[in-house]
Design a protein around this ligand. Sequence first.
Ligand code: SF4
Length: 73
Amino acid sequence: MPVRVKIDQSRCVVAHFCLFYAPAVFVTGDGGKPTVAREYAESPDVGVVPDELYNQVREAELHCPSKAIKVYR
Ligand code: SF4
């Protein structure tokens, strides 16, 4: 089942834990804030990733200090 991810840029404090925990999904965008990697992106802030990346994006969600990442199944 595909997994949806969303970054709330207004909450992001550029801690970059998301890039550490899910480097295949989150990459550095303009201004240093994370964006969804092109291959998974529906828009810079929203993406659909394969199920095998669920654990990575879930770790990013859990470790984001400002709760800026949401993961949906
Ligand atoms: S972990 Fe959260 S606060 Fe840090 S860069 Fe990623 S989205 Fe922003």
